[in-house]
Design a protein around this ligand. Structure first.
Ligand SMILES: [Zn+2]
Length: 732
């Protein structure tokens, strides 16, 4: 098959050849074979998408036909006798690729498809014809799919469009393409059951063939199988006992910790992998079914459980001691275990690949040579890191690429708790930095998972969009893509909206992410606490320029236009929550308001004795101790709810850790998880008297020696804090 490839961007300049087809509302038909209605559901859905968008473009219904009418202009979808006659052989296409070819009065679009409903399995089914449909709509009709729903879809109104003589094969550069779900609500309640998410994945051409590479050993269920018979397979705790726990519930990092020195365990893992790859039933290994870590009889993920913990057995201890860097203490051990499996599979003639992730304390290229049946995934934080960390991440991927060729990337860059990025109402839309990251990594990347959840799904959509372009084409022309996006979405308001989104991105990248540090579970950002975010970085005053940009955008488009509706959506999703949060937070700091409330409500404090104002001053010589506190006994009763509130003033408070600063702690018991810190990240800087408060629920079951108390303290910080007006009152 002769294949001409041409780039999307070059299309505008492409000449119209003599053999071009002119599609009009009168002559256009979408054609599928009759049995596609029942037996080719992915093709059927492709036809529905095609006809729906063409009908919107023409303002007239475009029919779906089950035969080719030579008097019409046909768009023939799916692999069938017609597409074969047109010269398309889908068996010769690259993985997930589609062909698009004009012949006579028709254009044929076909790839490998499954008979699957579009609404199942995250889109994990072959649907290459659908990829071609979206490509056609973008390329020839001018549609864009920024996000699902009328406001996120660009469908130009046309009286006709022309398709030149075309012969194209297109396939994704990244063989795996995945972004994680948002935890937030979708703007349009008409999208039930997260259908917006599925539609996003379909239209942004996400992966059809997931390859497991994330804590796969969990699925082999070693606790259930060997917890009683072979305790030596499991991690030895400091006290010499074995960590044999399997909750089968998140957080998974709490369970299934293994001892990778245990020869018996390593033999079991090997036999499990071999059994799967050679087609044996799961029962042969004492399992009811093969788990998520096994796919296509071709891949087995042998990555350890999350939450890397030190095994205190003598052999593991010796292995860690030999490590070049204590931060990467299990590097040679985990890669050694992986390489042993891979080499033995080869020796025993077993075909297939094993997956391992460069992560945590085993993130580096090992000394031993890695065989070519190991697929390496490299974990990092994507573009959401400080420049110095970005260079280290790049160097790490480059080192792996130099050793094993293209790697898969697993990038954690969402508003995760574990990254301290659970900062509600602060927009995390960062398409430019995402594009920069993937453009740079693409030549070394075979697939990418972008974990980018947020508290509002709209914060993610432009990130997902640029990710999808990078993943399919291997490169994003960021300025061109975003300029076009703002122009098509907002018309005459494109410029203020571009400035609005660019400023949101700058604030997130520079002010929220700021600096990062390494922790046991990966990189963590030194994210500012809510006091600094809402009184300084996103204070009502600092948000004024953003408000002005949106107002300028609103004034530059006709009321009730599509552009006006889109700007209203962006105001509702991006601007208003931020402005409202900032204002409410500022109000909550008011000492006068709290004094007035107390005067009216006359609450009874459960703090023992008479409260006297407290000053805590910490200088550099005192930082050997993490905190300096003044303690008050409090009569807290189990199972009851209390409100703690106090006033605080700061003089030159400098935090020495992420949570450092002035704060209060309500202790229910001595263990750290039996306390409530108010606020979670201490207050720092120089500031006048402010009010702080929070509600706490005292656990119903407490230790018998329970002696509740409230501390006012300076935590990992230098400077001076003045506290006054401590009040702990019961809330009914
Ligand atoms: Zn061990």
């Amino acid at each position: 098959m002769k294949v001409k490839m041409f780039a999307f961007a070059a299309l505008a300049a492409a000449p119209i050849w003599a053999g071009s087809l002119e599609f009009t509302p009168q002559n256009t038909e979408v054609v599928i074979v009759p049995y596609a209605w029942r037996d080719q559901r992915a093709v059927r859905f492709a036809a529905q998408e095609m006809t729906n968008f063409l009908s919107r473009a023409f303002g007239a219904k475009v029919p779906i036909s089950d035969r080719i009418n030579p008097a019409k202009c046909s768009i023939v979808l799916g692999s069938n006798t017609w597409s074969v006659a047109a010269g398309i052989d889908t068996t010769k296409l690259p993985q997930e690729g589609f062909a698009m070819r004009t012949k006579g009065n028709a254009i044929y679009i076909a790839g490998v498809d499954a008979n699957s409903s579009p609404w199942v399995n995250f889109g994990y089914f072959p649907r290459a014809t659908l990829f071609g449909v979206y490509d056609f709509l973008e390329r020839f009709v001018g549609c864009r799919f920024y996000f699902p729903g009328e406001l996120g879809e660009i469908v130009p109104r046309l009286s006709s469009f022309t398709v030149p003589d075309t012969d194209v094969v297109s396939a994704p550069v990244f063989k795996e393409r995945f972004f994680s779900e948002s935890v937030g609500e979708w703007y349009d309640p008409d999208f039930k059951d997260k259908r917006y998410m599925q539609l996003s994945k379909l239209r942004l051409r996400m992966q059809t063939r997931p390859i497991p590479s994330c804590h796969g050993l969990r699925a082999f269920k070693y606790v259930q199988r060997f917890g009683k018979t072979h305790p030596e397979y499991f991690l030895m705790k400091k006290d010499g006992t074995r960590d044999i726990m399997d909750t089968e519930k998140p957080p998974y990092c709490m369970n299934n910790k293994l001892c990778f020195s245990a020869r018996g365990l390593r033999e079991e893992i090997y036999q499990d992998v071999k059994a799967y790859l050679t087609g044996l039933p799961p029962e042969s290994r004492g399992l009811a079914r093969w788990g998520m870590n096994c796919r296509y009889r071709e891949y087995v993920d042998v990555m350890p459980e999350d939450g890397t913990v030190h095994c205190h057995c003598p052999e593991c201890t010796a292995a860690y001691a030999a490590a070049k860097d204590p931060k990467d203490e299990s590097n040679e051990q985990i890669w050694g275990y992986t390489i042993d499996i891979a080499e033995r599979l080869k020796r025993e003639g077993v075909k297939g690949n094993i997956m391992q992730m460069a992560y945590s304390t085993y993130r580096n290229v090992p000394d031993r040579k890695i065989p070519d049946n190991v697929v390496v995934t490299v974990c990092n934080n994507g573009s959401w890191v400080a420049p110095d960390r970005a260079e280290r991440d790049y160097a790490q991927v480059k080192a792996w690429y130099g050793n094993v060729g293209k790697v898969k990337l697993y990038s954690n860059c969402g508003k995760h708790d574990c990254l301290n990025l659970n900062v509600p109402d602060v927009p995390s839309s960062t398409p430019r930095s995402m594009a920069r990251f993937y453009n740079r990594m693409a030549p070394m990347t075979r697939g990418a998972l972008c974990s980018n959840p947020a508290d509002r799904a709209m914060y993610c959509v432009f990130n997902w969009y640029v990710f999808s372009r990078a993943a399919w084409y291997g490169h994003v022309d960021t300025d061109a893509i975003l300029d076009e996006c703002y122009r098509l979405m907002f018309g005459a308001a494109a410029e203020p909206m571009r400035a609005f989104f660019d400023e949101l991105e700058r604030k997130w990248m520079e002010e929220i992410l700021g600096r990062s540090v390494d922790t046991a579970i990966g990189t963590a950002n030194l994210v500012p606490g809510e006091f600094r975010i809402w009184t300084e970085l996103y204070s009502p005053a600092r948000l004024k320029p953003l408000v002005a940009l949106v107002e300028r955008a609103e004034a530059s488009v006709p009321p009730d236009s599509m552009e006006a509706k889109r700007i209203a959506l962006m105001r509702r999703e991006f601007l208003d929550p931020m402005v409202n949060h900032s204002r409410k937070y500022s109000e909550s700091l008011s000492v006068e308001k709290e004094r007035a409330r107390r005067a009216a409500a006359r609450p009874k404090s459960v703090v023992a004795g008479e409260f006297k104002p407290v000053t805590i001053a910490v200088d550099k010589s005192m930082t050997g101790k993490p905190f300096h506190a003044v303690k008050f006994a409090a009569d807290l009763k189990p199972g009851r709810r209390y409100r703690i509130s106090y006033f605080v003033k700061g003089e030159g408070i400098r935090a020495l850790s992420r949570r450092g600063g002035a704060q209060a702690v309500v202790w229910f018991n001595e263990a750290a998880d039996m306390a409530k810190v108010v606020p979670d990240v201490g207050l720092d800087g120089t500031f006048g008297w402010v009010h702080q408060s929070a509600e706490v629920l005292v656990p119903a079951k407490l230790r018998c020696d329970f002696r509740p108390e409230v501390d006012l303290r300076m935590f990992f910080a230098t400077g001076t804090a003045h506290f006054d007006g401590l009040l702990v009152e019961e809330v009914k």
